[in-house]
Design a protein around this ligand. Structure first.
Ligand code: DC
Length: 233
């Protein structure tokens, strides 16, 4: 049986680390849709276009050649015109550009079928902002993952330190607050929980406690856990 698990929530709530952990346990693909928006953002940045100028961005779309590859070791790789840009899309500047371009309806329409196609081919855990509401409204499991902004900024700062990406807590918090506001208030597919989503707040939960909480939700919705559980992978 093919299944789809949608995880939505604000930036830094732990969606990607939770989705990665669950995808290993459940033996399915993890689709990071934020990375797809970030790749459009990088293309807009490279074209030196204003990410808030909807018409300029829309004119660029036909020239943006995005594809996704799945590498057994590295997971999802984002390709822009054949170049692997997976590392280049992780800067704070591109985060802001991504939030800007993702508010443009033509960008969302451009990426919709790409995302749906992935879920038709195999079981997925897909994270983003509008997966349960727009992209996969029929997903069997919908989770709205959240945490306090200060805690999200602390986690992102730790992550950046581990990856050697220079950043300050203050800049990250400001970026998170900017994106929360813009992602929630935009007219096109705003960030909001689907009516049938289960809300999980991880502010006070450790990584393992958060994974356990999400597995409880998956179990309650899918019945027995799909193959892959306990494989130790
Ligand atoms: O999850 P992320 O931080 O990598 O996402 C980058 C930006 O893309 C974020 O500000 C909101 C946007 N986004 C979106 O609008 N819809 C999605 N499904 C995923 C991300």
């Amino acid at each position: 049986m093919i299944f789809a698990i949608a995880i939505d929530g604000p930036s830094g709530a732990g969606k990607s680390s939770m989705a990665k952990a669950l995808s290993k346990i459940l033996g399915c693909i993890y689709v990071d849709t934020g990375a797809i928006y970030r790749t459009v953002a990088l293309a807009v940045r490279r074209a030196e276009a204003d990410p808030r100028d909807a018409e300029a961005v829309e004119r660029l779309l036909p020239k943006i050649d995005i594809s996704i590859e799945y590498n057994p070791q590295l997971g999802q790789r984002m390709m822009l015109c054949g170049e692997d840009v997976s590392a280049l899309i992780r800067t704070t500047e591109i985060s802001k550009y991504a939030s800007d371009v993702s508010a443009i309806p033509a960008v969302r329409a451009f990426l919709l079928e790409l995302q749906r196609g992935l879920a038709r081919k195999s079981s997925v855990i897909m994270d983003g902002r509008d997966i349960g509401t727009v992209v996969l409204p029929d997903a069997q499991v919908k989770i709205f993952l959240t945490a306090a902004p200060e805690e999200r900024a602390r986690r992102r700062q730790r992550e950046n330190e581990e990856k050697g990406i220079p950043s300050t807590y203050e800049d990250i918090l400001a970026n998170i607050i900017y994106r929360d506001k813009q992602d929630t208030e935009r007219a096109a597919a705003p960030l909001k929980p689907a009516e049938d989503a289960v809300r999980v707040d991880t502010t006070a939960l450790s990584f393992d406690e958060s994974v356990a909480a999400l597995l409880d939700v998956v179990r309650a919705k899918l019945g027995a856990l799909p193959a892959g559980e306990g494989s130790g992978e």
